[in-house]
Design a protein around this ligand. Structure first.
Ligand code: URA
Length: 258
């Protein structure tokens, strides 16, 4: 192919522009049916599916169906396979796979982020990209790691181009993460970032107001202390704010010791 008449700096600027716009996958010159590819990848990964729950007619019905399905799950494995068969959230059509959890179910601390990104979507595990690496370092600073915490997201499928999930998508997925927390039954819940804190703690304030505060998370009548803190992706963009995250981590450490 002829090299286009464009300098390296211009090429880098163009790629950055695409990336900002959410185009973060390399494609080639032949057209691809990405929906078919995602379906094929899903079939190949063969995540256990309890049963396929077909796409409901409206988002309200989808949320209702998610709630009924989540309530049926007696274990985390059952929840995972019910979610793998749920077709009520459009995000699963563009995502490669369900990103359910990482870490140890039953750990004292459960961290909940927003939604998987590209790396998580590829590997099927939450927080394994750049923000995940920072999260690992943050946990290590207070003596924790993935063998002593449990990690999940409010949304278990990657939103295309890492866009923010819509309120409808959040409403549809909320019953799943609520059941997920109930079944994991942590002693302490940590909400990573605004969308997680606002959704799970039923708050409207931004994360800079919510962070560092403890809330009561009502888990079917059992109250779990829940801490809102800054999302590692935000800290990668605003490293000066790490001092605030450090305060939150110390508060978490004190709570676990207390
Ligand atoms: N950001 C999140 O909120 N969750 C992930 O799993 C990865 C990045």
């Amino acid at each position: 192919m002829d090299r286009p008449d464009i300098s390296t700096a211009e090429l880098v600027a163009l790629l950055e522009w695409y990336h900002e716009a959410g185009v973060d996958l390399a494609i080639d010159e032949a057209p691809h049916d990405h929906f078919a590819e995602a379906d094929a990848a899903r079939r190949q990964k063969a995540q256990p599916v309890a049963r396929v729950v077909p796409s409901p007619a409206s988002p309200e019905q989808a949320a209702q169906s998610a709630r009924a399905l989540a309530a049926e799950a007696p274990t985390l494995d059952a929840l995972r396979s019910l979610m793998a068969g749920f077709e009520g959230c459009e995000l699963r059509r563009t995502a490669r796979q369900l990103v359910f959890s990482d870490g140890i179910a039953g750990a004292r601390v459960m961290l909940v982020g927003e939604a998987p990104g590209r790396d998580e979507d590829e590997q099927g595990l939450p927080f394994i990209g750049r923000s995940g690496k920072l999260l690992d370092r943050m946990l290590a600073a207070i003596g924790l790691d993935r063998s002593s915490v449990y990690i999940a997201n409010v949304i278990p499928w990657r939103p295309p181009g890492n866009r923010t999930p819509t309120p409808q998508e959040i409403a549809i997925c909320l019953p799943f993460i609520e059941r997920h927390i109930a079944l994991a039954a942590p002693d302490v819940l940590v909400c990573l970032g605004g969308p997680s804190a606002q959704t799970l703690l039923n708050q409207r304030d931004g994360i800079l107001r919510l962070r560092g505060r403890w809330f009561d998370y009502d888990c079917n009548g059992r109250v779990i202390p829940a801490l809102a803190t800054l999302h590692p992706a935000y800290l990668l963009r605003q490293p000066a704010q790490k001092k605030l995250a450090w305060r939150d981590l110390r508060a978490l450490q004190a709570k676990l010791r207390g």
